[in-house]
Design a protein around this ligand. Structure first.
Ligand SMILES: [Zn+2]
Length: 306
């Protein structure tokens, strides 16, 4: 049972929207690639978790705090006997380990991910103590890479490949109780309430309205849709066809996400969408889907009151 879904990755969404409209700096582009790959591993991971038959509690992407220290947990699985901390290392490069040091095949040393996950486990243990909840903790680190070599490995944490998760969960299903107690349920609710939504770790790129290329982005990410007939727009790169109203609304949502402080007016949307020739159509669609706040020439749209 998923108690806390992963939620939207705001950082990834922002980078996806920006990179078709401007050239990202190298570090932002690398961060984008890292996040996309991570998303793929997470999807795979979640599919396995959904295969559980016992009613365990699943909490994804937690950002918690204990003694003024923040820590993140990829996935928490609460069963009757144990709490599992699952961390996914989203390395796409092949690597090997000698003693406690991690290296890429080229010989370049990389950050040992175990240090981070052991720290998270220790902080989570402190948090459980604070909440007066005593339970066995089990930490497992998953690797998304296929090739991995270990030499003289003495690890306290079990390393797995994501594809081994299926077997691990199957064992849990047969050895643990089918349901968790009310106390476990209350703990899960408590953890969700403690989750911090504003992630101070995310490094969002800086951008301005002026530097972004305007236009309506094809849903497949190719960029400009063309205004070819009355009701639809078409991507001249991949041929994707979208209903005009849906495309305009999608663009308004993107604009609001990128510039939450700016007001939505007919002129602003006209300029943002670029390819829509009729201002009247933009006005019609905006009036239908939003509420107009009258302010003379500066009238603007807000969400409809429910
Ligand atoms: Zn396209």
């Amino acid at each position: 049972m998923v108690i806390k879904p992963r939620g939207e990755n705001v950082e990834l969404k922002l980078l996806r929207l920006l990179r078709v409209r401007k050239r990202l700096e190298e570090k932002d582009e690398n961060n984008y690639i890292y996040l996309e790959k991570g998303k793929f591993s997470e999807k795979l991971f979640d599919q396995y978790l959904l295969g559980l038959t016992n009613e365990f509690l699943i909490l994804n992407n937690l950002l918690l705090e204990v003694n003024n220290t923040l820590f993140q947990i990829d996935s928490l699985l609460i069963t009757q006997k144990k709490i599992f901390i699952f961390e996914v290392k989203k390395h796409e490069v092949d690597f090997y380990i000698v003693k406690d040091r991690w290296y890429m095949l080229s010989g370049k040393e990389i950050k040992n991910p175990l240090i981070q996950v052991i720290r998270s486990e220790s902080l989570f243990r402190q948090l459980l103590q604070e909440l007066r909840f005593s339970v066995m903790l089990d930490l497992k680190l998953f690797l998304s890479t296929q090739n991995f070599f270990s030499m003289r490995l003495r690890l306290k944490v079990h390393l797995y490949f994501i594809r081994q998760l299926g077997r691990l969960l199957k064992n849990l299903d047969s050895y643990d109780a089918p349901r968790v107690s009310g106390g476990h349920m209350r703990l899960a609710d408590k953890l969700v309430s403690l989750h911090i939504t504003d992630n101070p770790y995310s490094r969002l790129p800086v951008y301005t309205y002026e530097e972004l290329e305007k236009g309506i982005i094809c849903q497949r990410g190719c960029f400009h849709l063309e205004d070819t007939n009355r009701h639809t727009l078409v991507c001249n790169k991949c041929g994707f066809i979208e209903d005009k109203e849906a495309a305009i609304l999608r663009s308004i949502e993107e604009f609001r996400f990128l510039f939450p402080e700016k007001r939505i007016t007919v002129d602003v949307i006209y300029n943002w969408c670029q390819v829509i020739r009729s201002k009247r159509l933009i006005r019609e669609i905006s009036s239908k889907n939003f509420e107009l706040v009258l302010f003379g020439r500066g009238s603007y749209y807000v969400d409809k009151k429910r």
